[in-house]
Design a protein around this ligand. Structure first.
Ligand code: PHE
Ligand code: NA
Length: 452
């Protein structure tokens, strides 16, 4: 099955795969979510566990996803069942793909709402209405946005349509260009923001908050959120990277490619955190403020710095593009599945799925206004979906993918795809068989059955 190509086409080169996968990885997870959950979970200890998870769990699992996708050249469900068959194992492994698609749909529903917030901020940065606002005014303005269901619906709808349009057109064009040009630009703007953050008197405190490790702050829940985020930020555990891997050419080295993607994603998150926390502290804001963290702190910073209106507008545009390329990758596995399984046209598949995720998104945006009374285990719909997808569904998907890659996929196939042998291959294989599944299982276990 080595010379197959996917029915959806393939990326022209290794670089295009890196660009597309980086486009998927780098998104709201890095710039919005990482800083706000770092803030909620006390800083340094959280960051340390997160970095360890990226290296020890995330990177090896990403290799597994690329290997499975590239070998089978099909959507995640069929990829898993084909490879299970090839390895004389049960087709039931395909269910990992089903859970993954469900995760993608659920993640999209809140992701698109936040994507909508970004679109709103592009507008208010361009019009200059945030110029010179105080931290308090910025907080009020974000609060007013959350309370305004109609406005949220408008932006969520626009973001959904933008995403569905690209998925419907086939993802082989567009994404690469968006990523190649916009990602470096986003990084430059983050550096400008970092430069500003360094000039504030909150920098030392911000640095300390992120890198001073206080082990007393480390609870099982903190570890779980860090672990879950390592999956979320690398787009793992739900088939996105598997689907993108199925469009990857045979020549490229999986190990090097995956390391590059992991490094880029981590760099963006760390720089975003280092830019945001000093601004939080120098303006007397609360690092644990939750999902509004970046939307409240950054407009204050842009309002104070030279060329703030220009930089601020550009910044939110680029964050919007990063969110867009990630949102596309949330839908792609399911669309590929619908096309392959039900012989749907790509456009029909995209619109059908789009309608579902758009409707679910309305339940999420309602969490802040007309549905604020609806809670699951004490969380509103938005927080609940974020929590169960990132902290339960993705890690569970990840363990299963690791177990599949370690115990089911035959060594000769894995070695052939990964182009690895000797001790490096051993290391990866041990991580699939033991390290990654055990790490995830331990964290989930202690969370479900806390010691006290
Ligand atoms: N990795 C993306 C981010 O950090 C989110 C994502 C998760 C995308 C899972 C696809 C699959 O924003
Ligand atoms: Na990410």
């Amino acid at each position: 099955m080595t010379n197959k190509t996917s029915v959806h086409g393939s990326w022209a080169s290794r670089w295009i795969f890196i660009l597309a996968a980086t486009g998927s990885a780098v998104g709201l997870g890095n710039i919005w979510k990482f800083p706000y959950i770092t803030g909620e979970n006390g800083g340094g200890a959280f960051v340390l566990v997160y970095l360890a998870c990226i290296l020890l769990v995330g990177i090896p699992i990403m290799m597994a996803e690329v290997l499975i996708g590239r070998r089978a050249r099909k959507n995640p469900i069929n990829a898993l069942t084909d490879i299970a068959e090839e390895s004389d194992a049960s087709k039931a492994w395909g269910w990992i793909g089903v859970m993954g698609m469900l995760s993608g749909v659920l993640i999209f529903s809140f992701y698109s709402v936040v994507g909508g917030w970004v679109l709103h901020y592009i507008k208010i940065m361009l019009t200059g209405e945030m110029l010179g606002v105080s931290a308090e005014q910025a907080g009020d303005s974000f609060g007013a946005l959350l309370g305004d269901a109609k406005t949220l619906l408008g932006w969520h709808t626009l973001f959904s349509i933008m995403t569905i349009a690209v998925v419907a057109g086939g993802i082989n064009k567009g994404i690469e260009t968006a990523t190649r040009i916009m990602m470096p630009a986003l990084f430059v703007l983050l550096l400008i923001l970092l430069g500003y953050a360094m000039s504030t008197d909150g920098f030392a405190q911000g640095w300390d908050f992120m890198f001073h490790v206080d082990f007393d702050a480390l609870t099982w829940n903190v570890a779980l959120v860090a672990l879950g985020h390592s999956f979320f930020t690398l787009s793992l555990g739900m088939g996105t990277i598997m689907a993108y891997g199925s469009y990857m050419t045979k020549k490229a080295s999986i190990g090097k490619t995956v390391l590059t993607i992991g490094a880029l994603d981590t760099l963006v998150a760390l720089v975003a955190g280092l830019a945001i926390f000093p601004i939080i502290f120098s303006n007397g804001l609360n690092p644990g403020a939750g999902p509004g963290l970046m939307f409240i702190s950054l407009p204050v910073a842009f309002g104070q710095m030279p060329f703030g209106q220009l930089f601020g507008s550009l910044f939110f545009i680029l964050v919007g593009v990063a969110a867009w390329t990630s949102a596309i990758s949330l839908l792609e596995p399911t669309v590929a599945f619908l096309i392959e399984k039900f012989k749907m046209k790509r456009i029909t598949a995209s619109i059908t799925l789009g309608a579902v995720v758009w409707a679910l998104g309305i339940a999420c945006l309602g969490s802040f206004n007309f549905l604020s009374d609806v809670t699951f285990f004490g969380k509103n719909t938005f927080d609940f979906l974020d929590y169960i997808t990132a902290n339960i569904m993705l890690p569970l998907g990840g363990i299963l993918i690791a177990l599949f890659a370690g115990w089911v996929v035959k060594d000769k196939f894995a070695q052939d795809e990964l182009q690895l042998s000797g001790s490096i291959y051993k290391l990866w294989n041990i991580s699939m068989k033991f390290t990654a599944p055990i790490a995830v299982a331990v964290v989930l276990y202690f969370l479900l059955f806390p010691m006290s």
